[in-house]
Design a protein around this ligand. Structure first.
Ligand code: SAM
Length: 224
């Protein structure tokens, strides 16, 4: 049986105390506690604590929430060493951390990850390429039939550099479809950052085994 809402609430509250500061230079603005509860409630419907879960970028500490809920096969890939240190210490090394700058995908370098994850979750940078690279790295790590969540922008925020959300979602979904993923659920406007960003949860499933192709990327200036 999936963990109760009360357990999820407790796990989110514990993880919030561990968070590092917002880092605009990394495109990282934390979402609020209500958003995390929705994110976790969604994840636990798809995978149980024995599953392999990958977090592609994790300033919101989804990994720690899962750890507190008893998930023991969680991996995080991120380039923020402060964040990775917090996760390693707080989980006593149970959450596996992989330090990697995902812009290396432009040089066809990829993080060393298994390809049999049951689930991935990512709240990527909202540049055209950031969205595709983070989602693509998650998708590549999934087993066939595995599922994933991509947090994608849904509303334009005044003063933000984020492009037209509809166009970004169209482009992300066309990239995912081209790489063998099927969208199976959308929770509109389910994620709110303290900064004012509003985003939706897109849940997908991997339908094939073909390698993810990143050939449609625009270039580093489209990452953030
Ligand atoms: C991109 S941020 C969250 C963005 C969110 N969409 C927002 O609007 O605030 C998520 C995580 O990605 C990580 N990240 C950002 N750029 C990265 C890169 N080039 N390689 C690896 N991780 C990166 C950050 O450290 C952070 O933990």
């Amino acid at each position: 049986m999936p963990p109760s809402l009360a357990l999820i609430q407790r796990a989110v509250a514990r993880s919030m105390k561990l968070r590092t500061r917002d880092k605009p230079e990394h495109g990282a603005y934390h979402v609020d506690a209500a958003s995390m509860r929705k994110r976790l409630a969604c994840i636990v419907r798809y995978v149980d604590p024995s599953s392999r879960v990958l977090c592609v970028g994790d300033d919101d500490l989804t990994s720690m929430c899962l750890h507190f809920l008893g998930y023991r096969q969680v991996t995080v890939v991120d380039f923020d060493l402060e964040l990775l240190d917090v996760i390693e210490r707080a989980s006593a090394g149970t959450v596996r951390v992989v330090s990697f700058d995902l812009r290396a995908v432009y040089q066809s370098h990829f993080p060393k990850l298994r390809s049999d994850f049951d689930f991935f979750v990512t709240d990527p940078p909202y540049g055209k390429d950031g969205l595709r690279v983070f989602a693509g790295v998650g998708l590549a790590a999934l087993r066939r039939g595995g599922a994933g969540i991509v947090v994608m922008p849904s509303q334009r925020v005044r003063g933000s550099s984020v492009g037209d959300p509809l166009e970004l979602c169209r482009m992300l979904q066309s990239f995912l479809t081209a790489n063998g993923a099927a969208a199976v659920e959308i929770q509109p406007d389910a994620q709110h950052s303290y900064h004012g960003t509003v985003s939706s949860l897109l849940v997908l499933r991997k339908t094939g085994r073909a390698p993810v192709r990143f050939t449609s990327l625009d270039g580093p200036r489209s990452f953030y």
